[in-house]
Structure formats: structure tokens, C-alpha cells
Design a protein around this ligand. Structure first.
Ligand code: NAD
Length: 515
């Protein structure tokens, strides 16, 4: 008997005891930095000379770990291991598979601050963001275990007098998991655990920015009793092994989360049937966002400013759900902008592995340069009213940045920046607020700040995003509460952490017996 799913609580860092425990975890992890990590194929740990070197983005000189790089030959071995493991793993009783996830959740929960401390060092996450990332990982393990126990029952179909019908779900075959770096534990956990509990061995290729924390999950699942070959860990250069993983004839699904460009490439390549391939590949592609908060003239303006600032600058705007567009009714535009600037002035920036700050660096030099470039573009397209500074001398620090009076079709209103930059635009009525909200190719998250019931109900139907929020910010979806996934070019709307998610990795079968 398994109790219903319960969301893992967040740590309150206002409590001194919690802060002390977290500092102790940061110190403990610091003593582990710089180690070497292997590829894992069929349970075997393989070290190569060629390594991915992961650094602390808030302190570029600090090496977090060196992770062995898989070649195409390693990928080939990993497929062989997954194909072999599939025959046994798919027949392991669902309850046993689910309990491996529950045990893994228990292990991570016991070492929660340690995992979060790795995220602070490896991904440059501020403490609360790292804590949320670890909690979400635990939630995915607990939630998908329970969902699989439910799905195992199949769905009811009708019997006739001389006939018995059974409709049930079965695993589909080995697949590939390709996560991003920005939820370096949670998304790795969720995107790997879901196909695994459904009975499918996987090849996990972590992001080259955050491979160390991904390896920690591999260790946990091994400790929890996952058989060899079910989770093969193949870190590497995506240019070298990315296409190979996607194109392989034994790939049954690609569970991808990342940018639009990579997602589209994978989607197109996966459609091509390879020699020896006897199935169509499924692609789950959760991609970028250009997320809007709209504020009408009836809104609570303090709530509006709080929601915009925290959705735009939490984790330096490096969330697919981050608010990068604030579209405000002209009657309250100046006031919301002023209030937002005042709140942004209070945000602290620094190295999270040393102190509890609100914002840290962005993830790497490429992102730093890209964001800086967009700030220059923003200066042409609107008026810079706050921030704009960037400094990569120690780490990749970009200050919270606000532009006002930006045309809804401007580049900084249309293109995903993935940094702490938000553009403000004005609209004359609710029709125009909605029209601007919908005028990008993305459709991931959005929020409406309003006390007008008619406006909220219109947005419920006509604001075209997968995750829409009323009177709150547009980030921080929680497993089991707000299943996550986007419309349009934000992806395949898989709704991670929701009741339909596991079906992406299952095939429904009907067996009809005559008497
Ligand atoms: P990215 O596309 O650069 O990389 C994502 C993953 O794809 C990485 O593991 C990378 O190594 C791999 N990859 C790169 N090229 C590949 C190729 N040719 N073949 C196979 N794999 C390849 O994205 P990123 O910078 O890691 O993540 C940020 C992006 O992810 C943003 O666009 C963000 O909006 C998006 N994101 C979306 C969601 C969502 O749920 N919709 C969640 C988090 C992040």
C-alpha cells in the first residue's frame, strides 16, 4: 500500500539551523570538488582520458568535476546493453520498479542539502533555487512511481458474453534521454525516471554544463537497486554523439528538454527511418519560452510588480518559464514599472557557494555573451531603465535588467534570451494585452494579474500557453499540482509531472479472448 503523493517541502532558509546545515553541506561538497567521473554502461564504470570539465559559473577557476566523454563506440555498447536489459526489465513487476524510484527518493531526501550543494557549485544555483531543484527531483521519483502503479491497472473496456477484453500498457523499448542544464537534477531525474519506471532502459546524455550532478543520480538509482543496463550514462560532446543517439535504429523515443533549435533538429532527424529500424520513434521535445505577464487596469499593482520581478530574475531568468515580457495596461504602466524597479534594486547578487544571495551568475561564457548582446539590442529597441551591467572577470555575472517602451515585435520581445532581462510594453485595453501576449511563436507559460473575472475567463480560453497562472508569477510549477509543458514552438506539451506523462513511454495493447 502506497500513500498518496505529497509534494516535498522547501527548506526555509530564514531559520538559522537550516542555514547552518546548508553551509555545512556546501563545505562538505567543496572537499569533493575536482574529482573524476566515469561513463556507465551495463553497470560498468569506464574512465576515458578525454573529459568534460565542469566549472563553477560563479567562480570560473573552480573545477567541479571532470567527467569522462563517451564516443560513438561507447554509445553503441550502451545501446547493446539497453537492448539486452529491456527483455528482463520490462517483465520486472511494476511494484518492484516503482519501489526502486521510492527508495531513490528516500536516499535523495536523506542527503537533500548535499544534492542542493552540488547544484550550487555545479549550476551556480542560489540556495532556494537549488533546494527547489532537489525537491522537484524527489517529487518526480515519488509521483511517477505512483502513476505507474495506477497505469498498471490498464483502462476499462467492455466485455461481451463470449469474450474477455483486456486493455493494458506495456513498455516500448530502449530510448534516449537528453536534458538541459537549468534544472540539472530535477529534469534529469524526471526525464530518466519516467521511461525507466515504464519499463524502458535508457541512455542518459546529460548536459555538458552539469554532468556531475547527473552522475550523482546514476549512483543513487544504482544504490536503490536498479539493475545493470537499465540506466546507461553517456556524457559527451553533443556535436560528436548527439545525432548518433537520436538517429540510432534502437532508439524508440527521445525524451528531450532544451532549446528550440536543438529540439527541432531532433524532431526532424527522428522522423527518418534508419536501416533495420522497425518502429516509429516518439519525440518528446520540451523547448524554449518567451513568457509574458499581463497586467490590466484592475490589478493589485504590488502583486503585479512582485510577480514580474521574481519571475524575471529568479535564477537569473534562466528558466524556460521565466517572465521576459511584461505587458501592462496604459493606465497603470508607469506605476507597475516604478514598483518593479524598486523591488529589483533590493535583489542581492553574488557567489552562492559563499553566501545566500538572490541571484548568481549565468551558466557559461556563451550565455553571458549572448545576454550581453541582447542588452545592446535592447538599448536600440527600448529604453534601459534598470541594470544592464555585466562582468565576467570572476564568474558570469549579469545584473537584473529592465527595458521600457519596447515594441511588441522587437527582438527582445520575440526571441528567448534566457537571462535576467525583461522588456515592458504598453497596451490600451484587454484585447491588446492578450493579442501581444500571443504574438510570439512560443506558448509555454504566462500569467494574468487582474481582479476582473471576465478578463480572467477570457484569458483561460484565449491566452495560448500550456501553463497559465492567475494572480501570481509564471514560474515555479510543482509536480502533481501544475503539470508542465508548452504549446506552439515551446514543444510537444508532454505535461511533465502530470497524469498523462508516462503514457509517452508506453504502448497500449488490447488482448481479446473468445470463449
Ligand atoms: P540545448 O538545446 O543547448 O541543450 C539541451 C540538451 O541537448 C543538452 O543535453 C545538449 O547537450 C543536447 N544537445 C545539443 N545539441 C544536440 C544534438 N545535436 N543532438 C542531441 N542532443 C543535443 O539547451 P540548454 O541550453 O541546455 O537549455 C536551455 C533551453 O532549454 C532553453 O531554451 C529553455 O527554455 C529550455 N528548457 C525548456 C524546458 C521545458 O520544460 N520546456 C525546461 C527547461 C529548459
Amino acid at each position: 500500500m502506497v500513500l498518496p503523493f505529497k509534494h516535498e517541502p522547501f527548506t526555509d532558509f530564514k531559520v538559522e539551523e537550516n542555514r547552518k546545515q546548508f553551509e555545512a553541506a556546501l563545505s562538505a561538497v567543496r572537499t569533493e570538488l575536482g574529482k573524476e567521473y566515469p561513463i556507465v554502461i551495463n553497470g560498468e564504470k569506464i574512465y576515458t582520458d578525454d573529459k568534460l570539465v565542469s566549472i563553477n559559473p560563479s567562480n570560473k577557476d573552480e573545477v567541479i568535476g571532470k567527467v569522462s566523454k563517451a564516443t560513438k563506440e561507447h554509445v553503441e555498447q550502451a545501446f547493446a546493453s539497453a537492448v539486452e536489459a529491456y527483455e528482463k526489465w520490462r517483465k520486472v513487476p511494476v511494484e518492484d520498479r516503482a519501489h526502486i524510484l521510492f527508495r531513490a527518493a528516500a536516499i535523495v531526501r536523506r542527503r537533500k542539502h548535499e544534492f542542493s550543494a552540488w547544484l550550487v557549485h555545479d549550476a551556480g544555483k542560489p540556495w532556494d533555487q537549488a533546494d527547489g531543484d532537489t525537491a522537484e527531483g524527489i517529487d518526480f521519483l515519488e509521483y511517477y512511481g505512483r502513476q505507474m502503479l495506477e497505469l498498471e491497472k490498464g483502462k476499462p473496456v467492455v466485455d461481451r458474453a463470449n469474450e474477455n477484453n483486456k486493455y493494458f500498457y506495456k513498455a516500448m523499448g530502449p530510448g534516449v534521454v537528453i536534458p538541459p542544464w537549468n534544472f540539472a537534477f530535477a529534469i534529469v531525474c524526471g526525464t530518466a525516471a519516467a521511461p525507466i519506471v515504464a519499463g524502458n532502459p535508457v541512455l542518459l546524455k546529460p548536459s555538458e554544463n552539469t554532468p556531475v550532478i547527473a552522475y550523482k543520480l546514476v549512483e543513487v538509482l544504482e544504490e536503490a537497486g536498479l539493475p545493470k543496463g537499465v540506466l546507461n550514462f553517456v556524457p559527451g560532446d553533443p556535436k560528436e554523439i548527439g545525432d548518433y543517439l537520436v538517429d540510432h535504429k534502437d532508439t524508440h523515443f527521445i525524451n528531450f528538454t532544451g532549446s528550440r533549435a536543438t529540439g527541432v533538429r531532433i524532431f526532424e532527424r527522428a522522423a527518418k527511418i534508419q536501416e533495420g529500424q522497425q518502429h516509429l520513434k516518439r519525440v518528446i521535445a520540451e523547448m524554449g519560452g518567451k513568457d509574458t505577464i499581463i497586467v490590466d487596469e484592475t490589478a493589485d499593482l504590488d502583486l503585479a510588480a512582485e510577480s514580474i520581478v521574481h519571475s524575471a530574475f529568479g535564477f537569473s531568468g534562466q528558466k524556460c518559464s521565466a517572465c521576459s515580457r511584461a505587458v501592462i495596461h496604459e493606465d497603470v504602466y508607469d506605476e507597475v514599472l516604478e514598483k518593479s524597479i524598486e523591488i529589483a534594486k533590493t535583489l542581492t547578487i553574488g557567489n552562492p557557494s559563499e553566501e545566500n544571495v538572490y541571484m548568481a551568475s549565468v551558466v557559461n561564457q556563451t550565455q553571458f555573451d549572448k545576454i550581453k548582446n541582447y542588452i545592446e539590442i535592447g538599448k536600440e529597441e527600448g529604453e534601459l531603465v534598470f541594470g544592464g551591467e555585466a562582468d565576467d572577470s570572476k564568474g558570469f555575472f549579469v545584473h537584473p535588467t529592465i527595458f521600457k517602451d519596447v515594441d511588441p515585435n522587437a527582438r527582445i520581445m520575440q526571441e528567448e534570451i534566457f537571462g535576467p532581462v525583461v522588456a515592458f510594453s504598453k497596451a490600451k485595453d484587454f484585447d491588446e494585452l492578450l493579442e501581444i501576449a500571443n504574438n510570439t511563436e512560443y506558448g509555454l507559460t504566462g500569467a494574468v494579474i487582474s481582479t476582473n473575472r471576465d478578463h480572467l475567463e477570457r484569458a483561460r480560453e484565449d491566452f495560448h500557453v500550456g501553463n497559465l497562472y492567475f494572480n501570481r508569477g509564471c514560474t515555479a510549477a510543482i509536480v502533481g499540482y501544475q503539470p508542465f509543458g508548452g504549446f506552439k514552438m515551446s514543444g510537444t506539451d508532454s505535461k511533465a509531472g502530470g497524469p498523462d506523462y508516462l503514457q509517452h513511454f508506453l504502448e497500449a495493447k488490447i488482448v481479446s479472448e473468445q470463449f
